[in-house]
Design a protein around this ligand. Structure first.
Ligand SMILES: [Zn+2]
Length: 267
């Protein structure tokens, strides 16, 4: 079935300088594949707004780009201690827009983790550095280039509760209290620090309990200003997609080369 693919990248995937071990090299190459495909890049919020509105977008001519976890390299160029200078995802998007004038204004979504203490632990334990800050969220959100949306409160990251089997996945978020923590509290923090309330929720690990996706979000989404939630179930976005469990493709999981992406974009 035709439709609009939603692609996902992780800017912390940075273990060398090749397509398969550096998501910045990957995104730069993939942006060229997208340009050659004839599809234009549309912001996820605009796509979701159309799902709930006029449904008049040409889905077969579009593609969405999203970034998960919100490391600093979504927005900030860095000098990586082992792998040298790395242009941020935002820099790659700007370069691409400059090289391909006449396209829609380019826009991607960063799904960020709300809680500063959780980000500190995840970043220092998983990356060995303080690389998940929030000081860039406001500038990014105001830029029009990156939309800042929610990836929950703390990602239920296993480093925050070592040995606890209820962490390291998102299935345990299945009652009103834990959903309110992960969704409502995260929204308030992100709205305060980015200057704009989140409109889309990205399930950590792409996982959602039946209660969260089928009861909590449909019931409370509107009050919270949320319009959709995204999974990592591979598939194209269609007008009949479940707004609370939209499909996404993940780089280096669902495609592994520019050629595989080209084929995915052809549908
Ligand atoms: Zn994540």
């Amino acid at each position: 079935m035709p439709g609009c693919p939603i692609l996902t990248y992780h800017s912390q995937l940075l273990f060398g300088n090749d397509y398969r071990n550096n998501s910045h090299v990957g995104l730069a190459a993939d942006l060229e594949v997208i340009a050659a495909s004839g599809r234009q890049i549309i912001g996820l919020r605009e796509l979701v707004a159309s799902l709930r509105g006029a449904r008049d977008l040409p889905l077969d001519e579009l593609v969405c780009i999203t970034f998960d976890d919100g490391p600093d390299f979504d927005w900030l160029d860095i000098e990586h201690p082992e792998h040298g200078p790395q242009p941020s995802f935002a820099t790659l998007l700007r370069r691409h827009a400059a090289a391909h004038p006449g396209q829609r204004p380019i826009c991607a979504t960063s799904f960020v983790i709300a809680d500063a203490g959780a980000r500190h632990e995840i970043s220092t334990q998983a990356m060995g550095r303080e690389w998940m800050n929030d000081h860039w969220w406001r500038e990014a959100a105001a830029s029009g280039l990156l939309q800042i949306d929610s990836h929950g409160l703390d990602h239920r990251h296993p480093c925050l509760a070592p040995g606890d089997a209820d962490w390291g996945h998102f299935h345990a978020i299945a009652d009103e209290v834990s959903c309110a923590q992960q969704v409502d509290a995260a929204n308030s923090i992100i709205a305060e620090r980015s200057g704009q309330p989140p409109r889309i929720f990205a399930y950590p690990y792409g996982q959602a309990s039946e209660y969260l996706r089928s009861e909590y979000l449909p019931r409370h989404g509107q009050r919270l200003g949320l319009e959709a939630a995204v999974s990592i179930e591979p598939g194209h976005f269609h007008w009949d997609s479940d707004p609370w469990f939209l499909p996404r493709y993940v780089s280096l999981a669902h495609w592994h080369s520019p050629e595989e992406l080209a084929s995915l974009l052809r549908g």
